[in-house]
Design a protein around this ligand. Structure first.
Ligand code: SF4
Length: 75
């Protein structure tokens, strides 16, 4: 059985479903929040630098942008 991401209660992708883009919100919640969270860029970044440092605009599929965000957070 799939487990819900530990950040679901506070993550905007899960709580708002991406507002004006509900089809993407459903897609991401299915693919990441309800079981595939170990592959989520937001989850990985929250574990690394804290959930408060995760940009609201970062999408679960944008793992390629994590390095840039971490570099900015530690500079
Ligand atoms: S988008 Fe990522 S961090 Fe947010 S609830 Fe879903 S899996 Fe967790």
């Amino acid at each position: 059985m799939a487990t819900l991401c530990t950040y679901a209660a506070t993550c905007p992708v899960f709580t708002t479903g991406l507002g004006p883009l509900p089809h993407l919100g459903i897609k991401y919640r299915r693919a990441y929040c309800r079981g595939g969270w170990s592959e989520c860029a937001r989850h990985l970044l929250a574990d690394t630098v804290g959930s408060d440092s995760v940009p609201a605009t970062l999408l679960p599929s944008q793992r390629n942008q994590i390095v840039e965000v971490v570099a900015h957070a530690v500079s």
